[in-house]
Design a protein around this ligand. Sequence first.
Ligand SMILES: [Fe+2]
Ligand SMILES: [Fe+2]
Length: 192
Amino acid sequence: MKPDSFYLSEIEKRLTYGRFVHSLNVADCAKALAERYGADPAKAYTAGLVHDIMKDTPKDALREYVIKSVGGDDRVLMSQKALWHAIAGAYALEHELGVDDKEILLAVRYHTSGRAGMTLLEKIVFTADFISADRNYPGVEEMRVYAFRSLAEAMEEGLNFTIKELCGKRRPIYRDTVDAYNEAVFARMQGE
Ligand SMILES: [Fe+2]
Ligand SMILES: [Fe+2]
């Protein structure tokens, strides 16, 4: 694992200015959520910093990374370009950029799709990505309240938002996202 200063200069090099600022904001939010929920704040900060490291990489290169990492057999995955930067990011961080922390790699890998059985750090980065200071979609203020009140609530809300958005665009939904959504719903129902 290299120091944060190395990852900071890598994202500055690879990302547009707006995306660079977004990454810093997600890192700050992830750290605050880690402090709130008892995860490792330093690790959360690093994961936030690098979560979008491949987001501005051209699609053809991302596709190659996805195929190298998980193969190209999943029709839904291969049709949803928005998911590629997360898989490619985790792959590049592990194989090219010296990240040897499994938790950070998983947090990057699943920050867009979610999955069933997400770790605390995965949930923190997923949620931080929804509430970072640069976000201004309708409902973001409520999301910020949920995020610090209950991570489970924020996850369900975030997954609900993701699935609704995809349905609205008549897009397919990746299996991991459906699994994460169902898990969040059942967790709430059991708590009720
Ligand atoms: Fe992302
Ligand atoms: Fe992001």
